[in-house]
Every structure is written in structure tokens, then in C-alpha cells.
Design a protein around this ligand. Sequence first.
Ligand code: HPA
Length: 279
Amino acid sequence: MQIKNSENINTRLLQDASDKVNSVLGKLPESAIILGSGLGILADQLGDARVIATKDIPGYPPSTVEGHRGRWVLGNLGDKTILAVQGRIHGYEGHPMDVLAHPINILASCDVKNLIVTNAAGAINRFYAPGDFMVIDDHINLTFKNPLFGNNVENLGPRFPDMSAPYDREFSAKIMQIGQELGIKMHKGVYVGVRGPSYETAAEIRMFDRIGADAVGMSTVPEVIAAIHRGMRVAGISCISNMATGISGQPLSHAEVTEVAENVKGNFLLLVTRFLMDS
Ligand code: HPA
């Protein structure tokens, strides 16, 4: 895709980045998946894999969080080719919102149409348990920031993107159905995105409960806003890694989050593989 003019998105950098990705990986497939904390295993399962290190992509910041290797892996899952993004960047690492949107903009400019966003999240909803999965039905942006802030680049997307159904209903229904067929405990709920990196206080979690959130996490929301701006179809899957602060009375640790994600990676792999192969 040819990108013109220069506004809030650094279009020169975006063009260089998408050219670089295309030169190393070739044409990208229809679907990409962003792998959340501890869910990187999917990338290791891809056949005939081709890899680009994110440090070689212009404008891509280094991934500093344990469990997030900085690479994009293109490969086959059954008879489908997909791109796995193993190198998520988070706002709490200090990156501005436009930088968080950069990977999504690269994917969109490389003609990726479907984006599956995965994450580990803390359950606010008391009916959820660690190890369950939640299909993201909607989100609440409590980062108080927006990646589209600044002048809009009209040929990339609209000034005022509609957010009435950011998570594709057909994709969500399909993931729910596959999960249920596989005997995986599935929920559909609202994800509240916060900045982190400190975990929430118990009072904050009580507030999130009252405003209608089922799970909380520190990623996803900026990426999904950027993807909707670019006209992508989005599916979101949260792996419930812990009960949010104050729900179970246990202190939280990143080690616990990655450990639960590690334990359910088999289910995650099955769910996502079936979804990607069927879609
Ligand atoms: N809070 C915020 N982010 C998270 C959590 C949580 O409890 N679990 C996993 N990511």
C-alpha cells in the first residue's frame, strides 16, 4: 500500500517499516495475532516459519517485558498462513500511544485484514476463574489516552472512527462456539484497559466492577482503537490469569500471571488454531 502525506502518524516511518516487513516476509496473510503474556507458544508451532526481529523494523521499540520476545513470525497453521506478533509493547514501558499503534499500522499497511488480540487479564467478574478464557465483547478505555490523538491521516482512516462494535460479532460468536465444543470454560465480557504498571487497588477494582467491566489488563485497548481506525476486523481473547485485586484476597504478581498463562497454553493453542483454520 502506498502511504501519502504526514500527520499524526509518521507516514514516512510507516512506509519504511511496511516495506521492510514485506522485503523480509513477503506478502503478509489475511490474519495476524498478537500474542499476550505467556501465550507466545503459538509462534513456535508455525510450519515453514519466516521471522523478522522487531528491532529490524523501523520505528519499532524494543520489547522490555519478560514473556514478550521481539519478533514477528509468519508461518503455517494447518492449511492457513498467519502472522504471529511475538513482541507486544505496552504503554507502561513508557511508549506514547502513537508508538503503541505503530505495529498495528504496519500490519494494516501490509494488507492484513483480521487482527486477533490476546492478553492475560485479571478477573473482576466473580464467576470467572484463573484458566478460563474471555472473548472480549467490548472494552472501556481507562488509559485516558487515545492513539488517534493529533491530526488525522485521512487516507489511513476516519477522523472519528465508529466504536459501536469494535470486536467483530461473527468472530466472537465463532470463538465462543469453538471453545465450548472443545470443553474450554468460556465467557464473553467487557475488558477494561488501564495504563499500569502497578496492579489496581481493591477500591479501583470495585469501581471497575460498578462501571461494567469483567476483566482488567494493561494492553489491547490502544491496539484495537488503531485497528478499527484502519478498518480491520478484530477479535479479542483474554486468558484469565488471576482474580483482580481484592476479589480473592491474594497479592498479585507477574510470575502468577505468566504461570497461569503457561498452564493453559494448550487450550489457548487449540482455541486459536481452530478459529484461524475455520475462518
Ligand atoms: N490487572 C491488570 N493487568 C493484568 C492483571 C490484573 O489483575 N492480570 C493480568 N494483567
